[in-house]
Design a protein around this ligand. Structure first.
Ligand code: NAD
Length: 256
């Protein structure tokens, strides 16, 4: 049986890109998403291309569902090798006016969902006894906070903290925990952010996008494949000595 990679939020955007890349790297893919239709579509596309994949409907905010995902993926597909906590949500709102329900949901999905994912993966790796790789979606907004994204930025700073803490605890068991910090990646999430930001600034979406590209030294937005290539490297034998790191994938927007 193939080694298994579980990818949350794999129904579209960056997660879908990671699913295709890791399938190409030889992993059987557990396509986990809260959206049943998109999860099924991505799993179907991968199987049609000759890869091995199965869709799972999971809300990562629910700890039981995340632990069930780990168990089901192992039962259905084989030994767990990689777990990518990619699922996340974002909203644009001013700090003072933000909706408490939206704030709580965002923390439940982004921060707690990543926490449950690291726990579920680590417990399975410890049971199997030969290590594993965990990769988390942080963000440029988790390195330098964005205006109008206080909850999102807080969740992503938190994910970098979880990444470091889990890395320190799990290193001796041959489990690495790292994160990627994308800048601007063209996905449905980014489309929604640009639309809302443009409306708040009273500018066109094209003006909003052009303003963002001006801040990227490489002169273009990222594609999901740009991020997926970094995840591929972070789960490869080449990076077995790297742990606790959050890797900027922003084309030169922020220099550490
Ligand atoms: P997206 O919204 O396009 O896709 C996210 C996927 O996650 C969707 O398929 C959605 O259904 C799924 N999802 C949402 N809530 C879920 C839940 N509770 N349980 C399971 N699945 C859930 O987003 P994206 O742009 O592909 O972003 C992926 C990750 O990368 C997110 O964590 C995001 O914060 C991060 N990120 C994105 C950008 C960017 O510019 N797109 C930048 C920095 C960080």
């Amino acid at each position: 049986m193939a080694k298994v990679a579980v990818i949350t939020g794999a129904g579209q955007g960056i997660g879908e890109g990671i699913a295709h890349q890791l399938a190409n790297d030889g992993f059987a893919i557990a396509v986990a998403d809260i959206n049943e239709a998109t999860a099924n579509q991505v799993a179907h596309d991968l199987n049609a291309e000759g890869y091995s994949a199965k869709a799972y409907v999971v809300d990562v905010a629910d700890r039981n569902q995340v632990f069930n995902l780990a168990q089901s993926a192992v039962n259905d597909l084989g030994e767990l090798a990689v777990w990518v906590n990619n699922a996340g949500i974002a909203f644009i709102d001013s700090f003072v006016d933000s909706d408490p329900d939206q704030f709580e949901r965002l923390i439940d999905v982004n921060l707690k969902g990543t926490y449950w994912g690291i726990q579920a993966a680590a417990k399975q790796f410890l049971k199997q006894g030969d290590g594993g790789r965990i990769v988390n979606a942080a963000s440029l907004a988790g390195v330098e906070a964005s205006a109008l994204q206080s909850a999102y930025s807080a969740s992503k700073f938190g994910i970098r903290g979880l990444t470091q803490s889990a890395a320190k605890e799990l290193a001796k068991d041959n489990i690495t925990v790292n994160a990627y910090n994308p800048g601007v990646v063209r996905t449905p999430m980014r489309d929604a952010i640009d639309k809302k930001t443009a409306a708040l600034k009273n500018i066109s979406i094209d003006q909003q996008k052009a303003g963002v590209i001006d801040e990227i030294d490489r002169g273009r937005e990222a594609t999901p494949a740009d991020v997926a290539n970094v995840v591929s490297w972070l789960v490869s034998p080449k990076t077995e000595y790297i742990t606790g790191q959050s890797i900027m994938v922003d084309g030169g927007m922020h220099y550490l």
